[in-house]
Design a protein around this ligand. Structure first.
Ligand code: F6P
Length: 328
């Protein structure tokens, strides 16, 4: 028989994402709804190992839904990769009477969560929080929509100066190994070309072809969105390559960087975070473990963490077509 859950721990782990506070808030308020205690853990798994815990009640999360970052702070924790670190974490949770855990983070955080849960038979539920949107099993992750809007706003501004000077701008956006931000923000910002890591033919060769085409069709300035990561060259190398091989272009580089991780979450991210936070506590109270809450076709779903970690997402072909046709 599974043990009755009466104290739930919540932590944020990995890179922060706008909307994480809204997710913590939802977890805390769902605990209030079920009349179970809630404990916040500072700095992800590091806080578990350091025993850095705080009691949270419904009022502790007032005025947090609109705030970027995570008030519980976050970290990437190497000690939790080792059995010794996980044992300390388990002992601390046991001492505090916490008997279930909600982990808000990305796939690295879920890998740790799964290992921990299996090792100690400890109920764990994940909530996808990362601007990258690179999590298998959910259509959207918390923070992604806000990051998209930040990128579009920045590129709109870059467009003003690009068109005033007839310049070519290479704009690097985040996404580690995923092109979701680049592709969707690129379409939204009307980019001329979008280079993403998922497709090998979306590197420099494709950019050159696209520039040749633009020249023929009379474009005078261009915005190229480049996803960080594996497009073969980074933006600075691309600029140098273009300076050498296409000296007729006046090329500038703009790296949007960590600005994409900050700011007040959009309404879409707040709603998503609230749904997933409450769904996570529902799942634990219904006896689920080792699952992630997600949304598929706007329905709340629970997905086995093992499936989440398979990492076999594909970029949507239809979006590639939209990007191509809308930039002709
Ligand atoms: O995973 C989120 C993310 O923002 C990636 O897009 C980016 O590659 C990485 O984190 C940056 O990490 P850090 O904040 O450690 O530099």
């Amino acid at each position: 028989m599974t043990k009755k859950i009466n104290k739930i721990g919540v932590l944020t782990s990995g890179g922060d994402a706008p909307g994480m506070n809204a997710a913590i808030r939802a977890v805390v308020r769902a605990c209030t709804h079920y009349n179970v205690e809630c404990v916040g853990i500072y700095e992800g798994y590091s806080g578990l190992i350091k025993n850095d815990l705080v009691t949270l009640d419904a009022r502790s999360v007032a005025n947090t839904i609109n705030k970027g970052g995570t008030f519980l702070r976050t970290a990437r924790c190497n000690e939790f990769i080792k059995k010794k670190g996980r044992q300390v974490a388990y002992d601390n949770l046991k001492k505090a009477g916490v008997n279930a855990l909600v982990v808000i983070g990305g796939d690295g955080s879920f890998r740790g969560a799964l290992e921990f849960s299996q090792e100690f038979k400890f109920p764990v539920v994940g909530i996808p929080g990362t601007i990258d949107n690179d999590i298998q099993g959910t259509d959207f992750t918390i923070g992604y929509d806000t990051a998209l809007n930040t990128v579009v706003e920045a590129v709109d501004k870059i467009r003003d100066t690009a068109s005033s000077h007839n310049r070519l701008f290479l704009v690097e956006v985040m996404g580690r190994d995923a092109g979701d931000i680049a592709l969707n923000a690129g379409i939204g910002a009307g980019a001329e070309e979008i280079l993403i890591p998922e497709r090998e033919d979306l590197g420099i060769e494709r950019l050159l072809k696209s520039l040749d085409h633009s020249e023929k069709t009379g474009k005078t300035s261009s915005i190229v969105i480049v996803a960080e990561g594996k497009t073969g060259m980074n933006v600075l190398e691309m600029r140098d390559y273009l300076n050498e091989h296409r000296p007729e272009y006046d090329v500038r580089v703009s790296v949007i960087g960590h600005m994409q991780r900050g700011g007040s979450p959009t309404c879409a991210d707040r709603v998503l975070a609230s749904r997933l936070g409450i769904g996570a506590v529902d799942a634990l109270m219904n006896g689920s473990t080792n699952v992630m809450l997600g949304v598929q076709k706007n329905e709340l779903v629970t997905v086995d963490l093992k499936v989440v970690l398979l990492k076999n997402r594909n970029i949507e072909k239809e979006l590639l077509r939209v990007a191509h046709i809308s930039s002709l």
